[in-house]
Design a protein around this ligand. Structure first.
Ligand code: FE2
Ligand code: FE2
Length: 482
């Protein structure tokens, strides 16, 4: 297959996979395209389909200089199919097939497994666009509005990425799955998205920033694990998606950081020393730190559920099959088959939380989750650094992994953020100390007033330190009327 590093924009679907020479797949994708556009118009950013948005579009898959920035109407965005450059003589890094040449076609015995993983990943991409579709109307600035739309069009591109794999490698059932990806809808009672966190509402901008910090980071970890796959087209697809994903987490982590900055500044100006004096803090139209902690607790725990059960034979099977690896598998120093290795897993044993050693190959979800928690630490450090520098006595902490879980070992237990098992009565009594209450939600909602003047920001968030693509502070990132 000829490989182009630069993206071919001459076909209706931009790509670097020589689609022009692949009539069957090009035709199939052209047939899928109108349904995608219908979905984008109906379920994508509400109220801004005619706006001109300063967006980046990928023009190459090389590490530097892969994107250009320009004003684009979102429905005219060139959603493309982009795979990272092939690694010459790539060998499968783990599992039963470790050391064999990476597969360029789907092995028959792993067809169902691969299709399932691609469909699950694909389902999350449009889901987040649906969850965020109302947020443009309450954007705290044009800068933030643009970032929201950038994330949205790239999640749309990630859907294209998975749909390409389905059409190219999975024949008829691949086509049917591609259609289903446009049929399910986030939060829909009859046709919900496949995973819980992708059916939750994203009602306000703090939720959006927490979602992009925590849930997009789960996406990163899943993509990292799939980037190790023996199925090379999947690996290359995920590797390029990861370059885009980094910006989503930047939007989230700096978004929360700017909210925290604004809160700390307001507290300092007003001489408020007690961060728990919520009414005093809220009087200045900013979001108090304890409420930010509660939102972090919620989104972190919802995102942990996305890793699945702590002990999982599915995870063991896909590792054994060389289909889904570990985080940075190719850099790990072990036998890459985990034949006799064990891994510590925190479990509920006889009504107590205990760490037990489990066969490492069945504990892969836990391991990926632990790597995720470690990675989350970067965002938390950024936030706490801002608080410390402001001289405010408070710290954001990640809750215990057993807190507020709906899936896995702890789904039937009530556990505090510090990891104490609670009675149902204690949990009910303390719940609103740890998770956002209706009042917290109403307060945040009351702040969601749009600010659309270039260079201006809503009362509850500080401006960013630098603009997108180094644009000046008063740059008009979105021309709302087109
Ligand atoms: Fe994505
Ligand atoms: Fe993302």
């Amino acid at each position: 297959m000829p490989v182009q590093m630069n993206v071919d924009y001459s076909t209706s679907i931009p790509n670097n996979v020589a689609l022009g020479d692949d009539r069957r797949v090009l035709k199939a994708l052209e047939k899928w395209h109108p349904g995608y556009l219908d979905w984008w118009m109906n379920m994508g950013p509400e109220g801004f389909q005619d706006a001109l948005v300063y967006l980046r579009t990928a023009v190459s898959v090389e590490t530097d200089g892969w994107a250009v920035f320009d004003y684009v109407r979102m429905p005219e965005y060139r959603w493309g199919i982009l795979l990272a450059p092939p690694e010459e003589d790539r060998k499968i890094p783990f599992g039963e097939h470790a050391g064999e040449p990476a597969w360029q076609e789907v092995p028959g015995e792993y067809r169902a497994m691969l299709r399932r993983l691609i469909v699950i990943q694909g389902d999350t991409e449009p889901a987040s666009v649906e969850q965020q579709r109302h947020l443009g109307r309450t954007a705290p600035s044009l800068y933030d509005m643009r970032n929201l739309f950038q994330v949205n069009v790239e999640e749309g591109r990630h859907l294209w990425a998975m749909v390409y794999l389905l059409h190219k490698y999975f024949g008829r059932d691949g086509r049917e799955e591609a259609d289903e990806l446009l049929r399910r809808q986030s939060g829909n009672a009859d046709h919900p998205r496949m995973l819980g966190a992708f059916n939750e509402a994203t009602p306000d901008w703090l939720s959006f920033f927490m979602f992009t910090t925590f849930t997009d980071r789960d996406g990163k970890m899943q993509l990292e694990a799939l980037a190790q796959s023996g199925f090379d087209p999947l690996s290359r697809t995920c590797r390029f998606m990861l370059t885009e994903e980094a910006h989503h987490m930047f939007v989230g982590a700096t978004g929360v950081q700017r909210i925290i900055q604004r809160t700390c500044d307001a507290m300092n100006q007003a001489g408020i020393e007690d961060p728990y004096d919520i009414n005093a803090v809220r009087a200045f139209g900013v979001i108090d730190l304890p409420t930010i902690q509660k939102k972090a607790n919620l989104h972190f725990s919802l995102s942990l559920d996305l890793f699945g059960s702590e002990i999982s034979t599915n995870a063991a099977n896909s590792f054994h099959a060389s289909v889904k690896g570990r985080f940075k598998e190719n850099r790990l120093q072990d036998d890459h088959t985990l034949a006799s290795a064990t891994y510590p897993v925190s479990r509920l044993v006889d009504g107590e939380i205990k760490v037990t050693e489990e066969p490492a190959v069945t504990a892969l979800n836990t391991r990926l989750r632990d790597d995720y928690v470690h990675d989350c630490g970067k965002g938390i450090a950024l936030w706490n650094n801002t608080i410390t520098k402001s001289g405010v006595d408070f710290a954001i902490n990640l809750p215990n992994a057993a807190f507020n879980r709906q899936i896995g070992e702890f789904k039937d237990a009530e556990v505090s953020p510090t990891g104490d098992l609670l009675s149902d009565a204690d949990w009910s009594q303390r719940r609103s100390d740890w998770l956002p209450s209706k009042e917290d939600g109403d307060y945040i909602q009351s702040l969601m007033v749009p600010e659309v003047e270039p260079g201006k920001f809503a009362s509850w968030i500080a401006p960013p330190k630098v603009g997108i693509n180094n644009q000046p502070g008063d740059f008009e990132y979105v021309k709302i009327d087109g």
